[in-house]
Design a protein around this ligand. Structure first.
Ligand code: NAD
Ligand code: UDP
Length: 312
């Protein structure tokens, strides 16, 4: 068997750790690169004794040289709390990280996949979101460092493809949850589960009528592998998300029920530019990748609740 050598940037983060695990399981050699800004060694500690796993502390804003067959570029904080903490650094990570990884892919002729996001659609006026929709993003708002950074990264990817024939893949990931999200990550699923388990108030921002479509992490990882393996002419962008849409209030009520919690719901101010709705159209992923998510929200939440209960 020929082992592929695969680089995963942001590999010690929530999604990256699941991806590294799956790539090793599939018989690949994995190099995990991370600066540990939002990721942690704890997420990949169970992989460290695997001789085909290598861990490198590095920041993607700096050039990096290695010989690999494939690159998954995930390095970037994903929670609004963390990406707004140092907005300039977030934008540098997306843009300079993309330039450095694309330059590397070009030099070593590796295939490279970009973890883009539904945030490129901003506060969408087309619903559900299709890949041909250009989005509705405030370029100077609180979320711009992330949204515009990811949009610029997509531009870089597509132009390295057109100008330099780099084999690129772009996926637009919709809200994903699961074990190994950081308990203080600030995203809604981890916040609500931790609050429910501790009997604290459940903090709904705004009236809770805004919607999100939540995808379990295993479904995302399957989509990532299928996209990387897809034909060279299919660059994406392609939406990878679960189209089952819920209001944030429905999510809170489901988590309270599943944890049998006595927590009560409180309302807090809605952050600026918070998207009012989000739901992927996944017809392109179904057609090109034969992919669709399998794990319903309730089933995925039960696994995630078990994880948070085990670490708290
Ligand atoms: P995460 O914060 O858990 O993981 C990001 C990882 O990148 C962390 O390990 C962090 O330490 C690392 N990192 C950050 N800046 C870096 C830098 N400059 N150099 C090297 N490493 C750096 O977030 P996640 O949910 O695992 O997201 C992974 C990727 O998927 C991100 O690119 C994110 O934008 C994208 N994405 C995630 C979601 C989601 O719902 N989880 C949705 C859309 C897109
Ligand atoms: N949210 C909330 N309470 C929280 C955290 C988030 O009501 O404790 C809301 C947030 O305002 C947004 C939704 O949940 O409308 C999803 O937020 P998250 O930060 O998880 O992701 P994103 O906004 O990037 O989709």
């Amino acid at each position: 068997m020929i082992r592929k050598k695969v680089l995963v940037t942001g590999g010690a983060g929530f999604v990256g750790s699941h991806l590294c695990e799956r790539l090793l399981y599939e018989g690949n050699e994995v190099v995990c690169l991370d600066n540990y800004f939002t990721g942690q060694k704890q997420n990949i500690v169970h992989l460290i004794n695997n001789p085909f796993f290598e861990l490198i502390r590095h920041d993607v804003t700096m050039p990096f040289f290695i010989e690999v067959d494939e690159i998954y570029n995930l390095a970037c904080p994903a929670s609004p709390v963390h990406y707004q903490y140092n907005a300039i650094k977030t934008m540098k990570t997306s843009v300079m990280g993309a330039i450095n990884m694309l330059g590397l892919a070009k030099r070593i002729r590796a295939k490279i996949l970009q973890a883009s996001t539904s945030e490129v659609y901003g506060d969408p006026q087309v619903h559900p979101q299709v890949e041909t929709y250009w989005g509705h993003v405030n370029p100077i708002g609180e979320r711009a460092c992330y949204d515009e950074g990811k949009r610029a990264a997509e531009t870089l990817f597509i132009n390295y493809y057109k100008q330099n024939k780099v084999r690129i893949k772009i996926i637009r990931i919709f809200n994903t949850y699961g074990p190994r999200m950081h308990p203080n990550d600030g995203r809604v699923v981890s916040n609500f589960i931790m609050q429910a388990l501790r009997g604290n108030n459940i903090t709904i921002y705004g009236n809770g009528s805004q919607t999100r479509s939540f995808q379990y992490v295993d479904d995302l990882v399957e989509g990532m592998l299928r996209m990387m393996a897809s034909g060279e002419e299919f660059t994406g962008p392609v939406n990878i998300g679960n189209p089952n849409e819920f209001t944030i209030l429905q999510l809170a009520e489901m988590i309270i029920r599943l944890t049998d919690s006595r927590s009560t719901i409180v309302h807090m101010p809605l952050p600026p530019d918070d998207p009012s709705q989000r739901q992927p159209n996944i017809e392109l992923a179904e057609k090109e990748l034969g992919w669709m998510p399998k794990i319903p929200l309730e089933e995925g939440l039960i696994k995630t609740i078990d994880y948070f209960a085990s670490i708290s």
